[in-house]
Design a binder for this molecule. Structure first.
Ligand code: PMP
Length: 377
């Protein structure tokens, strides 16, 4: 409680009206709001992680390895299997979630007098990384279908002269992947500034066949950083482990700004143990992709207010759909039926994560009901 003579806190003025970031965490049966993998780890994986953590616990009196070479090697090995691209451990960086990896990028390459650029609508944490590092924040616009037009992107880059360009692929909340040709045009324009280009591939494992990963360009472009996370396909959101692949000099710059020992021994051990079960943990990804495609097809067959429901093309484990005259009413109607999705994205749109088959079915049943109720009312 504030007493009348308590001194005012010297809060940075730009933080005065800000609230902490976060989706509502509500206790309902069907959680399809934060793009998690709906399948918890098996008992076999739980036991493996527990054994790894127990080993780490035996040395907890010591600080962990600051540069975590073993984990970086394991992550490099995983990327080689997942995408066919082999990078050296020195080209890998990791932190507590890809959020922290991207904060490191802004700390090293953004800052006062500098600009970070992205293309809206996109992931709503990006402006917060910019705010927290005193970096000017600018957004260009995506096209109607949520793709980025290469010519417009280059014009925006040349006009704004950013030192960091953030591109989520697949993009959140739209699910849109970035074509290779557009990325190459952006990389060439960025090299002339120069700017670091961050391709945020948090959802890359869910990409459709034929959608390439930006990892394939890491060896060609020293100013490209491709971020990944164990929070989504890897079913380890609670672990807090994000990472990136880039040129070794780019990674070395991140080592300067990280706090010492930012990755705890427990995190390193749990991540390495989880990575050793990659086949089991990724087994559901193919199923989630197939479910995503089925969900897109189903949504496109629905009608609301006499119009077909629109659905953005998705390479992720979520789907953006709409538009609804009152999207909040639809969101609330679903919640009343025990299904939590996310009220995010451009006006009128809603985002739903792909769940287990039962959860996805529960969402479909609830949406059918909500739309029918609205048509009557
Ligand atoms: N990038 C995108 C596009 C995301 O949607 C998210 C999480 N919702 C993240 C990064 C951050 O993920 P994490 O910090 O869990 O790795």
């Amino acid at each position: 409680m504030t007493t009348p003579d308590a001194p005012a806190l010297p809060l940075r003025p730009e933080l005065a009206d800000q609230v902490p970031y976060g989706a509502p965490q509500l206790d309902v049966p069907v959680l399809l709001n934060v793009n998690e993998n709906p399948y918890p780890p098996s008992e076999e994986v739980v036991a493996g992680i527990a054994a790894g953590v127990a080993d780490a616990a035996r040395t907890l009196n010591r600080y962990p390895d600051r540069d975590f070479p073993a984990l970086r090697q394991d992550l490099a090995d995983y990327l080689a299997v997942e995408s066919g691209v082999r990078v050296a451990p020195e080209q890998v960086w990791a932190a507590n979630g890809s959020n922290e990896v991207m904060l490191h990028l802004l700390q090293a390459f953004g800052g006062p007098g500098r600009t970070a650029l992205s293309f809206a609508p996109t992931y709503s944490m990006y402006p917060e990384y910019a705010r927290d590092t005193h970096t000017r924040w600018v957004t260009g616009r995506r096209a109607e279908d949520f793709t980025i037009d290469a010519t417009t992107a280059v014009a925006t880059i040349e006009a704004e002269q950013p030192s960091v360009i953030l591109l989520a692929s697949p993009n959140n909340p739209t699910g849109t992947a970035l074509p290779r040709a557009t990325l190459e045009v952006v990389l060439e324009a960025a090299a002339r500034i120069p700017a670091v280009v961050v391709v945020d591939e948090a959802y890359a494992e869910f990409r459709r066949a034929g959608t390439p990963s930006a990892l394939e360009l890491v060896d060609t472009y020293p100013h490209l950083a491709v971020t990944r996370t164990m929070s989504k396909a890897f079913a380890a959101a609670g672990l807090r482990l994000g990472y990136l692949a880039a040129s070794a000099p780019l990674v070395d710059a991140l080592r300067v700004v990280r706090l010492p020992y930012h990755l705890s021994a427990v995190t390193q051990a749990a991540a390495r143990a989880a990575l050793s079960y990659r086949d089991v943990l990724l087994a559901q990804v193919a199923d989630l992709r197939a479910q995503r495609d089925a969900l897109v097809a189903w949504l496109r067959r629905q009608h609301s207010a006499g119009r077909p429901v629109q659905v953005a093309e998705s390479d992720a484990n979520f789907v953006l759909f709409g538009t609804f005259a009152d999207r909040h009413a639809v969101w609330q109607g679903l919640l009343d039926r025990g299904v939590l999705i996310r009220e995010t994205g451009p006006d009128g749109w809603l985002r739903v994560s792909v769940g287990t088959r039962e959860e996805t079915q529960a969402f479909q049943d609830a949406l059918t009901d909500v739309i029918a109720e609205q048509e009557q009312g």
